[in-house]
Write a protein that binds this ligand. Structure first.
Ligand SMILES: Cc1cc2nc3c(=O)[nH]c(=O)nc-3n(C[C@H](O)[C@H](O)[C@H](O)COP(=O)(O)O)c2cc1C
Length: 362
């Protein structure tokens, strides 16, 4: 059953930022964990290795509300080194998908559906907006202070380097990543996640960063040098090629503390008349698809990452993301090899998902 979402797709991003969260996240009733936190996640104890990935937690009010409802690992939505505007509303639309969203289906494009109904599949297209650094640094510092006063909470801050113009060189891009890492580390956040997989970057990007292994390696290395002991997680998309995934793990697996997979699966999204569904230029034709039909891809990546980690004798944590809507989905991820599991779409429409999982794993 779908409950009222804590991020309201019918409202603008700004309205959500100012008035949210909504539904049960707004009642501030605190779920009380029993005993001591038993699970370890990147050097900190949590009550359950479960949380919400970068996306729907757009500011400290959302992160605190998620902690109150029992989500122990929360990722603050992606921020940048300068302010950047959000894409035009709507930023979330429901899409029709029957069964798993295969890559062939995604290639052909998808059509929107009328309401947010099960099986829940959505597209999200925000363009990773950011407030200015002083705003997000203060906001994240506030939530860290709160989390440090409560046992078993892990706050991760998601960063993204930006090509701030056509003249930006690859070196400028790398420096922007390092600056973002330094600014995020300044908040004393528990962990930093680097978004190597944003599908909504517009026309400046030809290929997702995570598929450019050499560039990813340079950036991860530079970030890790900057942040020292703060854990670093990279977020990647689905890899079709085993060779490319092997090369990613080989080159980055000893630099990073965790790999999170997957981000969304990109697809063209059309309205019922076959026209581009999201307003804006042609760069907005394609956007990321998430929810129930992408679970297969997250599970597949987790299994392959686990295999490679063993084969290459590495230690990075595996964070399974994609299509987690239920306690069963959580179990499937853990059985596939995830050290921690996260849900964005499922959690949005079920604010009690963490509590259901905690009850099941007690
Ligand atoms: C509303 C929304 C916003 C998102 N924004 C981001 C983001 O800023 N950065 C990011 O790396 N992923 C973002 N994502 C992707 C999620 O972190 C996740 O990888 C993806 O949605 C798959 O998980 P799910 O099926 O549980 O939604 C967003 C997802 C949603 C639903």
């Amino acid at each position: 059953m779908l409950l009222q979402p804590f991020y309201d797709p019918l409202k603008t991003y700004e309205e959500n930022y100012e008035q949210g969260p909504f539904g049960a996240f707004a009642d501030h009733q605190i779920f009380k964990d029993e005993g001591e936190p038993q699970y370890e996640f990147l050097g900190r104890k949590v009550f359950a290795p479960f949380g919400i990935p970068a996306g729907p937690l757009i500011n400290s009010n959302f992160v605190k509300a998620a902690f109150e409802k029992g989500f122990d690992i929360c990722v603050y939505k992606t921020v940048r080194t300068r302010a950047k505007k959000v894409n035009e509303w709507p930023n979330i639309l429901p899409v029709k998908v029957r069964g798993d969203l295969t890559l062939e289906q995604a290639q052909k494009g998808l059509v929107v559906k009328k309401g947010f109904t099960e099986p829940l599949a959505i597209t999200n297209s925000f363009g990773n907006p950011s407030f200015s650094v002083d705003v997000w640094q203060q906001d994240i510092a506030d939530v860290i202070k709160w989390a440090n006063g409560h046992p078993g909470k892990f706050v991760s801050g998601m960063i993204e380097g930006t090509r701030w113009g056509a003249n930006f060189t690859e070196n400028d891009f790398l420096k922007d990543w390092v600056l973002a890492a330094r600014l995020m580390n300044g908040t004393k956040v528990h962990g930093i996640e680097a978004n190597f997989s944003c599908p909504n970057e517009g026309n400046l990007v030809k290929r997702l960063l995570c598929y450019d292994i050499a560039q990813s390696q340079r950036i991860a290395d530079a970030i890790k040098n900057e942040i020292g002991n703060t854990p670093l997680v990279i977020k990647v998309s689905y890899f079709q090629s085993d060779d490319e995934l092997r090369s990613l793990v080989k080159e980055l697996g000893r630099i990073v503390d965790g790999i999170s997979a997957i981000n969304t699966i990109p697809s063209a999204v059309l309205d019922e008349n076959g026209k581009q569904a999201l307003p804006g230029g042609p760069w907005r034709l394609k956007s990321g698809i998430c929810g129930a039909p992408v679970k297969w891809a997250g599970l597949d990546m987790v299994e392959r990452l686990k295999f490679l980690r063993e084969e290459l004798g590495m230690k990075f944590a595996i964070i399974g993301v994609g299509g987690v809507m239920s306690v069963d989905d959580y179990h499937q991820y853990v059985e596939s090899g995830a050290d921690a599991v996260m849900s964005a779409t499922g959690a949005m429409w079920n604010p009690f998902l963490a509590q259901e999982i905690k009850k099941a794993i007690k």
